[in-house]
Design a protein around this ligand. Structure first.
Ligand code: TYM
Length: 331
């Protein structure tokens, strides 16, 4: 019997490239888990349309995201990768779980509050029920662990609450999943506004580093990173810019923050920023190379997401059928 635990996670294909925050907060951790767990990673396109997308771009970004997963070290032989909309059970279970989720619970979600403030002209019902679809993604596969950045912790909590509520009515249907959140990499901040999370929608284009940015742009963004006037590389409260750069440096090099602080003792911010930039560039160069190769082979990418959908469709049926029986649908 296969005793390995199940992991599921994913990213929205809402831009042409994932951000350094997505990479360090999520994908880099995924790569480290692939030998120990049964891992499933989806391109979460259903979630993406909660914000208006250009159809041709969404299609392109979804396939590109798969190439980015692989280029970042997610082995296509060891991990199951699929496109969320190719597995209808996600949307089906989401509908059912909607009926076991309270409006009040969803109203408390900070992501909903943030996104509805940002997209005032399109506060759609999908944006509101986004966490329920995410709960369906996770619960459908009896997932044990969900590797995500710290911003998704609240969504994991509501997933656990929905699962526990459903189980308390119908018996043990869902496994209660645990979040898996890294330390230094859990919350990568904007290089320009280090009190805000790094995000593709940063109003200042220098605040967000994209994994597929060319290396010159990466170096330039780090050179311009906001620090403070103390001119001392230390990790302490209030030094948000420096703390963030130390976290990034530590996440890409594998050194502890303490080791990094020692390394830069007595050095100025110019040298420090350049060293962080170089370390990130070093990490991204091979990813770019692999990504460019993969994008030349669309047939290969298609074969992966087709095979992924087939397996995920098969796997998802078991839980979905059980849920349908429990709620009283004729099977
Ligand atoms: P998305 O696309 O917004 O984010 C993808 C992943 O990147 C992490 N992340 C960060 N981590 C650290 N620092 C940052 N600045 C940063 N920005 C983003 C997020 O925490 C996330 O892990 N709702 C999910 C997508 C999803 C999902 C799921 C995840 C849909 N269904 C099921 C896990 C399981 C999301 O945040 O996507």
């Amino acid at each position: 019997m296969n005793e390995k635990k199940t992991i599921l996670s994913g990213i929205q294909p809402s831009a042409a490239s994932i951000t350094l925050g997505n990479y360090l907060g999520a994908v880099k951790n995924w790569a480290s888990l692939q030998d120990e767990y049964n891992c499933m990673y989806a391109m979460m396109d259903l979630h993406t349309i909660t914000v208006r997308q250009t159809p041709a771009e969404l299609r392109k970004n979804t396939v590109s995201l798969l190439a980015q997963y692989i280029a970042c070290g997610i082995d296509a032989e060891k991990n199951l990768m699929f496109i969320q909309s190719h597995v209808p059970a996600h949307a089906e279970l989401a509908w059912i779980l909607n009926c076991y989720t309270q409006m009040g619970e969803l109203q408390r979600m900070t992501q909903f509050k943030d996104k509805s403030a940002k997209h005032k002209d399109n506060i759609n019902a999908g944006l509101f029920t986004y966490p329920v679809l995410m709960a369906a993604d996770i619960l459908l596969y009896q997932t044990d662990l969900v590797p995500v950045g710290a911003d998704q912790k609240q969504h994991l909590e509501i997933t656990r609450d929905i699962a526990a509520r459903f189980n308390s009515i119908y018996g043990d249907v869902f496994k209660i999943p645990e979040p898996y959140i890294g330390k230094e990499s859990a919350r990568i901040m904007s290089l320009q506004t280090p009190t805000a999370k790094m995000s593709k929608s940063d109003p200042n284009p220098n605040g967000c580093v994209f994994v597929l940015d060319d290396i010159d742009a990466v170096i330039r963004k780090f050179k311009r990173a906001v620090t403070d006037s103390e001119a001392c590389v230390e990790y302490k409260e209030g030094k948000d810019g420096v703390n963030n750069l130390l976290n990034i440096y530590s996440s890409v090099t594998g050194k502890t923050v303490e080791e990094a602080v020692n390394e830069f003792a007595g050095k100025g911010y110019g040298d420090f920023k350049m060293a962080v930039a170089e370390a990130v560039a070093e990490e991204l160069r091979p990813i770019h190379e692999k990504y460019n190769d993969l994008m030349k082979n669309k047939d290969y990418l298609e074969s992966i997401y087709k095979k992924g959908a087939e397996t995920a469709n098969y796997m998802s049926r078991k839980t979905l059928t059980k849920v349908k029986k429990k709620v009283g649908f004729v099977i």
